[in-house]
Design a protein around this ligand. Structure first.
Ligand code: SF4
Ligand code: SF4
Length: 235
């Protein structure tokens, strides 16, 4: 039997946490300007969060999300591997409608994350070398952008057949028992080559296998040790 996708996801998170321990960044506990409702994730990561909320009696938070999710939020048109496929074909990807309203994430309370141990990769990988000021962007090392992109590609790859989108949208999609059970059946299947999508879901992109890794030539050699470990985990 193949390793369960959630176990692979945990291994990938651990690998990234080990890597990120060595980074020099301005991020510290209680600094939370980056915690907005524009975070994206896969259904696999959403399922992990939902399991946690349900098992800790916090399912009512989902109703709060459903009732208060702002109309303005980042809703990606493409998944990371869709974007890679455009690059591979030498085509321009469609414009993404970024949102700059910066409305705080529903899981942020007193500048602390209520689901810190379960937060998706989009939160785990967000580091700035300079402390962010309001209305100013984070400053991210280009090598870190490459590492993060490759991790995103692998996470999407192991959740192929699932969906990708705004964190709130993914959670709202998975919240009904019927959707979640259907997704669980697919997630625990041995057939990881099944890339059929679980639902037609407006507002969410379909996850795809990796078409090619987005690694600039100047980062290839430095990335090899991480790539080797990722490859062992995700295949
Ligand atoms: S990315 Fe910016 S706002 Fe977020 S923790 Fe780091 S320094 Fe703070
Ligand atoms: S899930 Fe947690 S870490 Fe991620 S944006 Fe929300 S509060 Fe911040």
């Amino acid at each position: 039997m193949q390793k369960l996708r959630l176990d692979v996801l945990d291994d990938i998170y651990h690998l990234y946490d080990d890597f990120s321990k060595g980074l020099t960044v301005a991020c510290k506990r209680g600094c939370a300007l980056c915690c907005t409702q524009n975070v994206t994730m896969t259904t696999l990561e959403g399922h992990r969060i939902l399991q946690y909320l349900i098992s800790t009696g916090q399912r009512d938070l989902l109703q709060v999300i459903r009732d208060t999710t702002p109309r303005k939020r980042f809703k990606p048109v493409l998944s990371t591997n869709d974007f890679a496929a455009f690059c591979l074909r030498g085509e321009d990807p469609p414009e993404e409608g970024y949102d700059s309203s910066g409305i705080a994430c529903m899981f942020l309370l007193h500048d602390e994350c209520l689901i810190y141990g379960q937060r998706p990769f989009g939160c785990r990988c967000f580091f700035s070398v300079r402390e962010c000021a309001k209305d100013a962007s984070a400053v991210v090392d280009p090598f870190l952008i490459t590492v993060n992109t490759v991790f995103l590609q692998f996470i999407e790859h192991i959740d192929r057949g699932g969906l990708f989108g705004n964190m709130n949208d993914v959670l709202m999609f998975l919240e009904p028992d019927m959707h979640r059970k259907h997704y669980e059946t697919q997630m625990t299947s041995d057939n990881t080559d099944d890339t059929s999508n679980i639902y037609d879901s407006p507002g969410l992109a379909q996850n795809k296998p990796i078409p090619a890794l987005l690694i600039p030539p100047k980062h290839r050699e430095r990335l090899q040790p991480i790539l080797k470990k990722l490859g062992e985990l995700a295949t």
